[in-house]
Design a protein around this ligand. Sequence first.
Ligand code: NAG
Ligand code: NAG
Length: 146
Amino acid sequence: MKLLVIFATLVVSINCLSQQLKESIMTKLEETGEKCMSKVGASDDDVAELIARKRPSRHEGMCMVHCFYEEFKIMDAEGNLSREESLKLLEPVKADDPDLYGKVIVIAKKCKEAVPKDSDLCLYATNLSECGVKESKAIGIEESFF
Ligand SMILES: *[C@@H]1O[C@H](CO)[C@@H](O)[C@H](O)[C@H]1NC(C)=O
Ligand SMILES: *[C@@H]1O[C@H](CO)[C@@H](O)[C@H](O)[C@H]1NC(C)=O
C-alpha cells in the first residue's frame, strides 16, 4: 500500500500540472493500484520494479501494467487500444498543460504503431508502456503517463 502511494506520487510529481489535478490523479492511481494488485496477484516487489521504471521481471508485474490500461479503459478485453477513451482520460491535462497534452498524444500514436500486438496482453501492455517511457525521455518530458 505504501508503495502504491510512492508510485502515484512519482507519476504525478514530474510535470507542472495543477495541485488539484495531481491529487485527483493520485487518488485514482492508488485505488486502481490496490485493485490491480489483488486482481493479478502482484507482490510489493512487482510494484517496486514499476516504481523503479524497470521492465517487470515477473509476468504478474506485466499484468499490473495491463490491469492499469484496462481499468482506465485504454485497452479493451481484446487488446484493442481506444483512442476515444485515451483522449477522454487526457482531457483534464489539455486544459492544464496543452503542450504536455500534445506531446503525450504524439507519443501514444507513435507507440501504438511501433509496438506489435501480442496475444499475451500483459506483454503487449508492458511493451507499449516501455515504448512510452523511451519516447518521453527522447523528447525530454518525464514518463508521467506511461
Ligand atoms: C478489436 O480489433 C479487432 C481487429 O481490428 C476487431 O476485429 C475487433 O472487433 C475489435 N474488438 C473490439 C471489442 O472492438
Ligand atoms: C516485447 O519486448 C521484449 C523486450 O524488449 C521483446 O523481446 C519482445 O519481442 C516484445 N514483444 C512484442 C510482441 O513486441
